[in-house]
Design a protein around this ligand. Structure first.
Ligand code: PLP
Length: 442
């Protein structure tokens, strides 16, 4: 079939072809991971020059929609920065252990907090950081030994990470990322045209020698998750902090970004590689997992230049994070029993996580989950495991979007898993692996 017709791509100029191809990606005619038509084939079909099609593909590459070129072809990236029309991941009726959300039962009721927000709407020209929230933020971060001299408030952990990356890096710059790591970060890095340098990790975070190697390979920045690492649950301990700090001290120009997305419900203490003498750093602490993702709010601590750049750029676009949300978070943080409630939530998540890791262990399966909402289980085949689990009524997540070079695995979110469900989900997973083991050799 004519390739242009097949994908619904038309146009005579590079911008028109790029726009139609983008629409084909959005509408699923060019699916994530799919090959774009060869440059010459499409040029022939449209009756335009190969140079025009190549220019269109370059535009798509700069937009972070496609990657690769030359003999191996140009492919749609696995998670293009577009809201795609995709079928739901969770099959109807399946128990959802895939989504990665906090347990709604542990999230506070926002109505009381919102009732305490200021009556009249705020106006332009107010403070970007509500003083009451800033005071609480500084106290909380300083308690965790995170320097709080320069602070900003941003729209969630990912907004903070993106803003810090934009403040310091340009397309083509190399950046060290955890492998496996949060798909959101890997996708963002791709969408910004940054070149990911994968660093393997164990249960205590990235390995120091691997970080050193990534920096030697040219990484100008590193994004690390100090606890509740998604997907493996890794969390720093004191020893790892010392070792990683020593690496970063040898390379003071490397920008450090810490994504503390789970904060107080991670289940392990707050530890950080940041310190006041470090030239370029940021720690982003979100309230998404502890108070609710819809609050879209995170604290951002960093060196003075980084924070000034983030706030300066924010002022030109979004302006500030709504004072309604800031006041709600301040109000929730000053509620009498809040510390107790967050501690209980963290303990409840920890019980669920440990129960699943131990149950899988009893089936002879290795599982990782030192902190956070997820358990990561290495498997031989992701697709077969996911399908087997779906057939047994459990929706879990394939490891692929989280991996660059690391081996296959699946992710189970434990945040809403009940202790009663644990043995059933563990034996269902064990069965998917046994079934594979018994498949006769071809
Ligand atoms: C590692 C990591 N970072 C960031 C986020 C998103 O956080 P936020 O809602 O604060 O942007 C998630 C969400 O699960 C995550 O797992």
């Amino acid at each position: 079939m004519n390739v242009a017709l097949q994908y619904g791509i038309s146009g005579r100029t590079a911008s028109a072809v790029a726009e139609r191809a983008e629409r084909a990606i959005m509408e699923g005619r060019l699916p994530p991971g799919g090959l774009l038509p060869p440059v010459r084939g499409l040029a022939g079909a449209l009756g335009i020059s190969a140079a025009t099609v190549a220019a269109a593909y370059r535009t798509l590459r700069v937009r972070g929609l496609v990657a690769g070129e030359g003999r191996r072809g140009t492919r749609v990236v696995l998670r293009p920065p577009l809201l795609l029309r995709r079928p739901p991941v969770v099959t109807p009726g399946a128990r959802d252990l895939a989504e990665g959300n906090p347990d709604p039962a542990w999230l506070p009721d926002l109505r009381a907090a919102l009732r305490r927000a200021p009556g009249p709407s705020g106006l332009y020209g107010g403070p970007t950081f509500l003083p009451a929230l800033r005071r609480l933020a500084a106290r909380q971060l300083e308690q965790d030994h995170i320097p709080a001299a320069s602070l900003a408030v941003v729209g969630g952990a990912m907004d903070g990470v993106e803003r810090v990356l934009q403040a310091h890096l340009r397309a083509g710059d190399r950046i060290a990322v955890e492998d496996p790591g949060y798909a959101g970060v890997l996708d963002l890095v791709g969408a910004m045209g940054l070149v990911p340098q994968p660093i393997p990790l164990d249960d205590f975070g990235v390995k120091p020698e691997a970080l050193e190697a990534a920096v030697a390979a040219g990484a100008r920045a590193v994004v690390l998750t100090p606890r509740a690492q998604n997907p493996t649950g890794a969390a720093f301990d004191e020893e790892r902090v010392r070792a990683l700090r020593a690496v970063l001290e040898r390379h003071p120009d490397v920008l450090l970004i810490e994504d503390d997305h789970a904060g107080p419900v991670a289940g392990t203490p707050a530890l950080t590689l940041a310190h006041p003498r470090k030239p370029r750093w940021a720690v982003v602490r979100s309230v998404s997992k502890s108070l609710g993702p819809d609050l879209r709010l995170a604290l951002l601590a960093g060196d003075a230049t980084t924070v000034a750049r983030v706030e300066g750029r924010q002022a030109l676009g979004a302006g500030w994070v709504s004072h309604v949300l800031q006041a709600a978070v301040a109000s929730l943080w000053t509620k009498a029993a809040i510390d107790r409630r967050l501690r209980d939530a963290a303990q409840s998540y920890t019980r669920r996580r440990r129960a699943l890791v131990e149950a899988l262990g009893r089936h002879g399966l290795t599982a990782h989950g030192r902190s956070g909402f997820n358990v990561w289980i290495p498997v031989r085949e992701e697709a077969a495991t996911i399908a087997g689990m779906a057939a047994a009524g459990w929706a879990i997540r394939a490891g692929e979007p989280y991996r660059i070079q690391s081996p296959p695995a699946v992710r189970i979110t434990i945040s809403s898993l009940t202790l009663e469900e644990v043995p059933r989900v563990a034996s269902a997973l064990a069965e998917t692996q046994d079934a594979r083991g018994r498949t006769p050799a071809a």
